[in-house]
Design a protein around this ligand. Sequence first.
Ligand code: C2E
Ligand code: CA
Ligand code: CA
Length: 711
Amino acid sequence: MSETRDKVLLVDDEPTTRLVLRRALEQRGFEVKDADGGQKALGLFPEFAPDIVLLDALMPDMDGFATCTRLRALPAGQHVPILMLTGLNDDQSIAHAYDAGATDFFVKAPQMTLLAERVRYLLRTARMQADLVRSRSALAQAQRIARLGSWEWNLGAGKVNASEEARRILGLENEASDVAEAVFIPALYRDGLDAFRLLAFTSLRAGRAHRFATDLFLSDGHLRPVEVELEGERNKEGRISRVLGTVQDMSERRETEEQMHKLASFDSLTGLANLNLFRQRLLEEMLEAKRTNEIMAVLVMNLDSFKTVNKTLGAAAGDAVLREIALRLSRTVRARDRDRVGAHDGDNAAVARVGGDEFAIIARGIALPEHVERIAERLLETVRKPVMLESGECRVGASIGAALFPRDAGDAEILLQRSEFAMTQSRQAGRGGYRVYSPENDEKSAARFRLESDLRNALDRKELRLHWQPIIEGRSGKVSGAEVLMRWQRGDKLVPPLAFIPIAQELGLIVPMTEWAVNEACSQLADWQRAGIGFDYVSVNITSGHFQERNLLTFLRTVLEQTGLPASGLQLEITETMMMDSLDTTLRTIRNLRDTGVRFAIDDFGTGYSSLSYLKRLPVTSLKIDRSFVKDLDTGGDDDAIVGAISSLARTLKLAVVAEGVETAGQRDALLARGVEYMQGYYYSKPLPATDFEALLRNSAVRESWRLPAA
Ligand code: C2E
Ligand code: CA
Ligand code: CA
């Protein structure tokens, strides 16, 4: 229990007083030590460490006042309460007591209870004071640790009461805790007092705390990032009268964040830099290249068919391959850099793994733009060498794209994007190669992108058109059929089919587009037939993929039914090459189609390599001889013989033969002489919109001119 008792050091030269006081205090629970004079008291004080000192004012050798002054000078004596005991009516002593540093005085009186009460009171106050000091310093310490300073802006007084840490953060160490607002606010907010007042008022109007981040300009020229939080306190009239705020020094936290960022900057599998770090390094290298006026390149490398490695050999083998490639790349790049002045030793941030199977490389000190090609070749070469795995040997290829600084981009992000773009292009052109960025390609691709997105909407926006070109029976000049050729009305431009049909095919739009064409063509021809200006059939171009469509047959039947066109009124055209793509399916479909009565033509005949031998197996109705053979017919040469061969073959197989691209009467005559009966070409008519084509059908004078004069 002794620890909890308060310790009193009692100093008095009179033995009886000491005895009486001591007993009284001990009875009331105090632990007491007494001394008969100042010297003795000073000796006892450090070890006994009293909570309070009772000091007789008048003593012979060293009086109470001198003792008090000396006590206060001791390390632990500063804050201990000292109660000076004076005689009755000793006004002088009372006055002196405070001067000497006494906490209070007590007039010696016979009522000891009073003294004990006074002692207790003093102890309590002292303790509160100590707590306050402690908590104040604890607060200051907490603020220091948190790098958090607090302040209180008293608007009426024009003063800011700022904690020590707040003053430190703002660089106001030399100010006292009450800082003039004209000094404090500009240090906190660079736009000054008025701007800050406005900010505080507007942002506090909602009654919420307001937070913002800013950089302080310190007088030593440094920037200190801080976060500031404000809260307003309103007076009775509801006006903001005080602003309470904190200011937090974020520099350390930002450093920590940067540290963490760094830790997250490397790829754990290969140990290479990751994309984050690569970006950072790229910025640095660009600055350096700018300073030294150098050309620098970013190369992006994507492994070809890495997924297959993973799939067939397992993820562990895949990892091993990546690690090996990473190693080879850094070696290759470092070998290049070794001779360079200032090359970072062992620093491989110039090679990074930026995606699952994608690497990026910074190549510095390029003398000529062409040199980047050599670097790309070197990199490809190292990658292509077989990788030894436990399970055996494995080879991977790669595609590389490169972009040059400053030629292709002055911005790191764009530079990276452009090398990425060049890589994609290199891949598309066939794997295993490299490509250096070129702006023309990029423009083309942007245009292509717009084209694609417009094309997706073309059908819905009813922008597709059909142009009709007659197929003429050469001798009589009679319109036997017509081929419909698609056009795309894109804005005010009429786009030719070769500029969008291959893309439509890639985008998977060709099936609905063809269905539209078939429907449009059939219903138009049915109309014309009903009007008595019709002809036998309309020929629609179809792509091979369409034959894989299961419901093609159903679709065609439905169209014929709905339009009322007889099956023989529809002909489908497919090129020789397309047909060979998937011969079995195609054959089956063609047979089924033939059974319905639909006609079938082989387009561009003679341009493929499959040619004649397959023809016997194909239940087709006609062959269309490609324009290239027709073109040179009247100049003589091989084409003449080929056309003759096709024609005689067709005759034995009972197929009709149509010549495409007939532009002159001479061509027509040569074709007729070789037994080709049907003609299509500009000589007769260009492909025309339906209305113009209808006018042509009704124009008997023109049609009369197509007839061959009887020999
Ligand atoms: P194609 O099927 O060989 O069509 C014949 C092409 O030759 C047409 O070109 C036609 O305008 C052109 N032509 C006709 N007579 C002459 C002539 O005397 N001289 C010259 N120089 N050219 C002539 P177009 O309309 O530009 O069509 C090009 C190709 O686009 C077509 O070649 C066809 O493969 C494709 N195509 C057109 N429409 C469609 C369609 O609706 N669907 C599909 N899948 N492909 C289509
Ligand atoms: Ca055609
Ligand atoms: Ca053709």
